[in-house]
Design a protein around this ligand. Structure first.
Ligand code: PMV
Length: 296
């Protein structure tokens, strides 16, 4: 039996706009999915002790297993449908566990491609930011097909779960409708979101959390404008006023989680804190440092 883990992620700046070509700033966080893989007579995946349908996972790892069958057992610290990248972490941890089981060279671009196949099945048109953040880890400035690592120490983030569950694909389609109705406006938001992600990356590496937080607040108003916020999310953000420097949806929206940067010395009563910018799945499982600019 072989185990592998992959971390959850947060999108600090740029969700949705990244689908349309902007850069996004994302980070892996210290919440994990662990998959244990073993040879079996049939393909089966167990989560929380129950057999779960997961054809998309088995289809994605097909080129690694080559006709053999595996049993996957999943343990997760990541809520589903909450914007923390649980589906990407599951695909990635499965791909890594299977590559270890069959002694396949742990090439990060192969792991990225295999996990993206499963993500396409779940989301339709994923940008790849979830898989990239979970695989490479730390802070990453991501745009389709390209990733730049951001050199910054981990930061403490507050995560508040709205407990509203939703499907990423539906929200991505909603944004597409907004884009079709308001192409010029949408395009200007894509350009601004791209610049904010870049400047946000610079702010994180300089330790300028005030600057980062003000970009997060602007980003939240962009997400409200394109229709992926909810009254509950906005009520949670209002409730955090005076305790956080900045707060926004993370991930697709329509519910899911909010991330916030707590004011120094203040511990908000709601939510939980995570370390953002921890090691990604590749380092966790293979220990290889990945550095520099990467073409995916
Ligand atoms: O909510 P999540 O974790 O599925 O976030 C998806 C991020 C989006 O930008 C909305 C979609 C994508 O593929 O980038």
């Amino acid at each position: 039996m072989i185990s592998a883990s992959a971390p959850a992620k947060v999108i600090v700046l740029g969700e949705h706009f990244v689908v349309h070509g902007a850069r996004a700033l994302a980070a892996s966080i210290d919440r994990y999915i662990t998959v244990t893989a073993s040879l079996s007579a049939r393909d089966e995946l167990f989560a929380y002790g129950r057999l779960v349908r997961a054809e998309h996972i088995f289809n994605s790892i097909d080129r690694m297993v080559r006709g053999r069958h595996v049993k996957l057992v999943v343990r997760s610290q990541i809520p589903n449908g909450a914007g923390l990248g649980s589906s990407a972490a599951l695909s990635l941890a499965s791909a890594i566990a299977v590559s270890k089981l069959f002694n396949i060279a742990p090439d990060p671009s192969l792991l990225f491609e295999v996990s993206m196949e499963a993500e396409k099945h779940v989301h339709g048109n994923p940008s790849g930011v979830d898989v990239a953040a979970s695989l490479y880890g730390g802070f990453v400035l991501f745009k389709r097909g390209e990733l730049v690592r951001v050199n910054a120490p981990p930061i403490r983030l507050l995560v508040v779960d709205s407990k509203q569950r939703r499907k990423t694909g539906n929200l991505v389609n909603r944004v597409k409708k907004f884009m079709d109705q308001e192409p010029e406006l949408f395009n200007s938001l894509v350009v601004s979101a791209d610049l904010m992600a870049k400047e946000g990356a610079a702010a994180i590496s300089e330790g300028n959390l005030e600057q980062l937080a003000s970009f997060m607040n602007v980003s939240q108003s962009f997400l409200e404008l394109i229709g992926v916020s909810t009254p509950k999310i906005e009520a949670i953000i209002r409730g955090l006023k005076g305790k956080v420097l900045g707060a926004k949806i993370t991930g697709a929206g329509g519910g899911g989680c909010i991330i916030a940067i707590p004011m120094p010395g203040i511990v908000p009563k709601t939510g939980y804190t995570v370390n953002a910018g921890v090691a990604g799945a590749y380092q966790l499982n293979y220990g290889n440092p990945i550095s520099g600019h990467l073409n995916l």
